[in-house]
Ligand binder design. Structure first.
Ligand SMILES: [Zn+2]
Length: 544
């Protein structure tokens, strides 16, 4: 064959193939690049939304009130869209088309932000003053009847049915706190509390729990916080460190003979003698926490000890087939509800997951984002992401339908909010030592040195270590020396540098031997279990 032939054949056959392959490869690279870009932007916007939510909620200790929470979430949603708008050059309404749902999981339930039916246009008044009943058809045909906003709050709840005398609902939370309401043995009950393993409790002569999981609980504690006032003074109280007691969900501070509560730089004096007496008595929050939990858990074990997954019923009385395990769920003897592997905990996480999935399927699959060619569908969340959702306050954001060269983008992001006043997680306590540092309870420097453990001076929820702002200046609540306002600093070993830690759940929290190898951790555990219980007891509970 002549050389020219080979050249011609090469040009005719090989060149188009390589061009097509090159073009195809490039378009695949483009798709992957765009996919990565969108995921990164979604991640960034969701992270910004978490930060905004943190900022608004951690500065107000009692922002658990529903109204202010909705306001904080709406502000966080705005941050999400502003962040996406800045990085993706789309308008908000264009972006809303691609975001079928943003989920805010909270302590005892969750909100879904998305397209919701506008209830204000639901009813119309007729001529004689009566309400016109709008049929579903006319509602669906009218685009104006939908708006973007928060759908009603959904509790992590589950219904159990034994017979006509025992038919009740349990609301679960991100930890061991539950609320029960409904008929039990023919009596209507409505109560809530923390579930603990009653076998782990030792009672004193007053029937109070003084020892839990092999650790002695400190009876009374002196809690302190630095406060800053507008212009340095309010109602005769100056900037400084004050002791406080949480009385009926409110921190009451004491300065000499003045008792006051604090709000945004102002001291409000308290004259009620009953409150003053309570502050002088000091509370035994940690002891009260374990004692209440012990009594509640005993009650639950007696009344609900036989409830199993086969008792689960949906609102229409049908069985929920995904639930098949046969172990008793609410047993608190021989079972530790705080153990991650316990039946209670497995069931709790299944209830939360089930509820979120079924509501998200409804929200996303029926979503009409005005793109006729795209079918919205809930992507499958990984087990790792579910692990975050069932144990943390989180934001889950979904973005889909954006054309990326022949395909459509469809992804989601889960960002946990590790600094919140929604609940006190086992890893949300910081421990203070007299050398001016604060630590995680599983810090190697504390665990491996019992002399250092003796320098522990207190411990508080991590949100109280956030910078506080006042009149443009800032301060910290926990100070080593109130005269110079020097704050405690983060331990380099455990907080600044995330390494250097033992397993918190197993080595510290549940470790009844009080030893890790040759290290004695009894002082550390006594302190930690006291601080954890006190903060849990003192934090406001929405469903109490
Ligand atoms: Zn440390």
């Amino acid at each position: 064959m002549k050389f020219q032939y080979i050249a011609v054949i090469f040009v005719i056959i090989i060149l188009p193939i390589s061009l097509v392959i090159g073009f195809y490869t490039q378009s695949q690279i483009d798709i992957i690049n765009r996919q990565t870009t969108y995921t990164t932007k979604l991640n960034g916007a969701t992270y910004d939304a978490v930060k905004a939510f943190q900022l608004n909620t951690t500065n107000s200790y009692y922002s658990s009130v529903s109204d202010s929470k909705i306001r904080d979430i709406e502000a966080s949603v705005n941050t999400f869209y502003n962040s996406l708008m800045a990085s993706l050059s789309y308008t908000k309404s264009e972006l809303q088309t691609y975001v079928p749902a943003i989920v805010y999981t909270l302590y005892d339930g969750y909100y879904i932000y998305g397209k919701r039916y506008n209830t204000y246009s639901d009813t119309q008044i007729n001529d004689s003053g009566g309400l016109i009943d709008m049929t579903i058809d006319t509602q669906l045909n009218d685009a104006n009847k939908y708006e973007y906003g928060l759908k009603p709050f959904v509790y992590y709840s589950c219904r159990y049915f034994v017979d006509s005398k025992t038919d009740f609902v349990v609301n679960f939370t991100l930890d061991n706190f539950i609320s029960i309401y409904g008929n039990i043995d023919g009596t209507y009950e409505s109560l809530s509390g923390y579930l603990i393993n009653v076998d782990d409790c030792e009672l004193n002569s007053e029937n109070k729990v003084y020892k839990y999981k092999g650790s002695e609980i400190e009876e009374t504690e002196t809690l302190k916080e630095y406060l800053k006032f507008n212009n340095g003074e309010s109602s005769g109280v100056r900037d400084g460190e004050y002791t406080y007691v949480v009385y009926q969900n409110q921190k009451i501070y004491k300065s000499g003979n003045t008792y006051f509560w604090y709000n945004q730089g102002t001291a409000h004096t308290v004259e009620n003698q009953e409150i003053k007496n309570a502050v002088d008595r000091q509370t035994q929050s940690a002891i009260d926490y374990y004692t209440d939990a012990y009594n509640f858990s005993n009650w639950v074990n007696d009344k609900l000890g036989n409830i199993r997954q086969e008792n689960i019923r949906l609102a229409d009385n049908s069985r929920q087939l995904e639930f098949t395990a046969t172990e008793p769920i609410f047993e608190t003897k021989n079972q530790d509800p705080e153990d991650i592997a316990s039946t209670f905990n497995q069931h709790r996480t299944a209830v939360i997951k089930n509820s979120i999935i079924s509501n998200l399927i409804t929200a996303i699959n029926s979503y009409n984002g005005n793109i006729s060619s795209y079918e919205y569908a809930l992507p499958e969340l990984t087990e790792e992401d579910w692990e975050k959702v069932v144990n943390n306050v989180c934001i889950i954001s979904f973005m889909q339908g954006m054309p990326i060269g022949g395909k459509y983008f469809n992804n989601y992001v889960v960002i946990p909010n590790d600094k919140n006043n929604e609940f006190v997680d086992v890893d949300s306590i910081y421990i203070l030592t007299s050398d001016g540092q604060y630590h995680m309870p599983n810090c190697t420097e504390l665990v491996e040195n019992s002399a250092y453990q003796q320098t522990i001076v207190g411990g508080y929820i991590n949100t109280s270590f956030e910078k506080q702002t006042m009149d443009g200046s800032y301060y910290y609540k926990h100070v080593q020396n109130s005269n110079v306002q020097m704050p405690y600093t983060a331990c380099y070993n455990c907080i600044v540098n995330a390494g250097g830690k033992y397993d918190l759940q197993n080595d510290i929290f549940a470790n009844e031997t009080n030893r890790i190898g040759s290290y004695d951790i009894s002082i550390l555990r006594n302190s930690y279990l006291t601080f954890l219980a006190r903060e849990k007891y003192n934090l406001y509970k929405t469903n109490n």
